[in-house]
Write a protein that binds this ligand. Structure first.
Ligand SMILES: [Zn+2]
Length: 210
């Protein structure tokens, strides 16, 4: 599996480019900004984008999706519980002092227990509400890798004080879904350094208390 992680935009969202080495098909997860850099990496690896996956509808994760869709023709997928949040992109832009990316068109909703296929690569969709109502994580069972969005960070968890956030829900999502994964699972959070499920199970103050 080809996996490039680049921190995009002023809030340094971790965007993942995941590609099949044989078929050269790819998915791009959370292209929040810096689409020219993402396109350059896709060209470098000779990859063709088949889908654009958004872990949740915060501007730093979804802001560049429409531009990437226009450049590649790939559909954008997002859980429908975040569609309301997507309608608030102008407001979100004002909160973080960014210019609004305009309208982002979602091609289809992605739900819990669905699988997303890119070439021979398979990702299981985990619906993990809490940071937002429609937050998802993507788990690649063969590679034991989790793209966690803003649900889990190294040593921390996503904030729950924004519209649609719920502390009880994120704690439930983490215990019931995320910590159900094997300790060896490598976690790529929405921001900051990589970690593992085992490390977070052991050391994350939000998870060891409960
Ligand atoms: Zn977020």
């Amino acid at each position: 599996m080809i996996h490039e992680i680049l921190a995009v935009g002023p809030l340094q969202c971790n965007c993942s480019i995941i590609g099949d080495e044989t078929t050269r098909e790819a998915m791009v997860i959370d292209p929040g900004d810096d689409i020219d850099d993402i396109l350059a990496l896709l060209r470098k690896h000779n990859l063709q984008v088949k889908q654009i996956v958004i872990t949740h509808a915060h501007i730093d994760h979804v802001g560049g999706a429409q531009k990437l869709r226009a450049a590649t023709g790939a559909p954008i997928v997002l859980n429908q519980n975040d569609y309301d949040l997507l309608k608030m992109l102008d407001m979100q832009a004002a909160w973080v002092g960014m210019s609004s990316p305009g309208k982002v068109e979602i091609d289809h909703s992605v739900a819990d227990a669905e699988t997303l296929q890119t070439g021979s690569l398979t990702a299981n969709v985990l619906h993990t509400p809490g940071h937002t109502e429609g937050s998802i994580c993507l788990y690649f069972p063969t590679e034991q890798k989790l793209i966690a969005g803003d649900t889990l960070f190294a040593g921390s968890i996503g904030r729950t004080d924004l519209p649609g956030g719920s502390f009880q829900k994120i704690i439930n999502s983490l215990h019931e879904r995320v910590l159900a994964l094997p300790d060896e699972t490598v976690v790529v959070p929405g921001h900051g350094p990589l970690t593992t499920i085992g490390n977070e199970r052991e050391n994350n103050p939000f998870l060891t208390k409960h």
